[in-house]
Design a protein around this ligand. Structure first.
Ligand code: FE2
Length: 356
């Protein structure tokens, strides 16, 4: 029998289960991998504020999968699926640019049959990070925002038709950019104030493109129109404040910000997800809806455990533990065996993600 490691909330753990990974407290191993949990140990972990542990569970599926199917194969499958959707979205956007027509059937089909399954793929947030590139940014970005909106929607409890509509809204959110002159859209540098004002109109262009389509629901329209509105009224196009912003727009805003900052752009290199989480924690209380942003940050961080990163002192390290969600900097173990709590070692930072 093979086993796999599954992360459990501490409240869901029961006595007699075995730990599949060490539990760390203040950079030290508090309980070792392989420890069998008892009721006393579980209540001590709760008292110490441990929120989750990794538990060894039988992996029935693994026994049926040939040993050659490993994580990179799963990644390969993800990438080829992703490439197919990329070609479809390119054609769709060309259609809008040149014929002023949204191929809505094609876009709905893409959202429901291609992107919804990608939103459920294991490790999808990490895969997205590995495919980021600056070519065709708008197309990649549209797909990524659709997928991330779907993942976040699920974490928030959306399902069925509503979840599909959210994914479609994510896919369409920047479709108004097809109406922005290419020299502004692809400008390799900062936009002038006038160019910025033109760029902002993409929200209204996008809304107008889909407004009269019978297949499009009101939440999708509002998601597209309002995705740059901000909690404190500092967004555009109408400077709406929190209560007047549709939940779809708030979800897309979080997905949009995360994807934009973790992508390479012509004028800057992508930021690591760790830096982005740090920035989003700052933005959470005035720009983004705190309740939605907190769910995103809390969940997305679980994906980072186990990732291999490069530190600014040149060393490679593995992310061991992400800590409380307001503490954006993780505990890492360097290749020479040192444990570092980056919340305390502020002079050391992660500059690159090497493997996810
Ligand atoms: Fe946008």
């Amino acid at each position: 029998m093979r086993y796999k490691s599954v992360r459990y909330l501490i409240s869901d753990v029961v006595p007699s289960q075995f730990l599949s990974k060490d539990v760390y407290m203040n950079d030290r191993v508090a309980l070792s991998e392989g420890t069998q949990l008892t009721a006393t140990l579980i209540s001590k972990l709760k008292m110490l504020g441990v929120q989750y542990v990794d538990i060894r569970v039988p992996d029935y599926a693994a026994d049926q999968i040939p040993p050659t199917v490993n994580r990179s194969t799963v990644q390969q499958q993800f990438f080829s699926h992703y490439d197919n959707t990329l070609n479809t979205i390119k054609q769709a956007f060309d259609n809008i640019r040149y014929f002023n027509e949204v191929p809505i059937q094609q876009m709905s089909e893409l959202a429901y049959s291609q992107l919804a399954p990608l939103s459920s793929a294991v490790g999808v947030i990490n895969h997205l990070h590995m495919v980021r590139q600056q070519d065709d940014y708008t197309f990649h970005h549209s797909i990524n925002v659709a997928i991330i909106s779907g993942i976040l929607g699920k974490w928030l409890g959306y399902s069925g038709q509503e979840l599909h509509e959210l994914i479609l809204a994510g896919l369409l959110h920047d479709s108004g950019k097809t109406k922005i002159p290419l020299e502004i859209l692809n400008k390799p540098g900062k936009l002038s104030p006038t160019e910025m004002e033109i760029m902002k109109v993409h929200t209204i262009f996008g809304y107008k493109l889909i407004r009269d389509l019978p297949e499009i629901s009101e939440p999708i329209r509002q998601g597209v129109l309002q995705h740059h509105e901000r909690f404190d009224g500092s967004g555009y196009p109408f400077q709406l404040t929190s209560k007047r912003i549709h939940p779809f727009a708030k979800i897309i805003a979080v997905a949009d910000m995360y994807d934009a900052m973790t992508s390479d752009r012509v004028y800057r290199n992508k930021l690591t997800p760790f830096t982005v989480v740090e920035i989003m924690v700052d933005e959470m209380f005035n720009k983004l809806e705190p309740s939605i942003c907190a769910v995103f940050l809390n969940n997305v961080r679980d994906y980072f455990t186990g990732n291999i990163v490069q530190l600014n002192d040149g060393r490679e390290a593995e992310v061991i533990h992400m800590g409380h969600f307001l503490a954006a900097r993780p505990v890492v173990k360097t290749s020479d065996g040192e444990f570092l709590d980056l919340e305390k070692e502020k002079h050391i930072s992660i500059i690159n993600m090497l493997d996810a």
